[in-house]
Design a protein around this ligand. Structure first.
Ligand SMILES: [Zn+2]
Length: 104
């Protein structure tokens, strides 16, 4: 059974939504789609502008900069371990027998 959410998403995708920074309705493809399938709050232009600005602002603060680097490291590690789960052959230390099967 299809969830309500996908219906809502289809409607939103067709109607578009308004960007607070633009102050007007924009087509859905002017927005980034988030991993959960929803559209970002701001349109692509303003989303980019805002993340660039907040990045620059946060980098001014040495403590925040350190935190960002740590986050980046964790994210890379997470991505790597996710990849090795998807493809066990990619694991550098694949000495143990592969227990996961992907013949779905
Ligand atoms: Zn905008």
């Amino acid at each position: 059974m299809q969830s309500d959410r996908s219906n809502t998403l289809t409607v939103v995708r067709q109607a578009g939504k308004s960007c607070p920074d633009c102050g007007e309705q924009r087509p859905a493809d002017a927005f980034y789609q988030r991993p959960d399938g929803r559209l970002s709050t701001y349109c692509k232009v303003h989303q980019r502008q805002r993340s660039r600005e907040s990045y620059r602002r946060r980098r001014q603060d040495p403590a925040e900069l350190l935190r960002m680097r740590e986050q980046e490291r964790v994210r890379k590690r997470t991505t790597r371990s996710r990849l090795s789960m998807l493809d066990p052959a990619e694991k550098p230390d694949s000495g143990s027998p592969v227990t996961q099967r992907f013949d779905a």
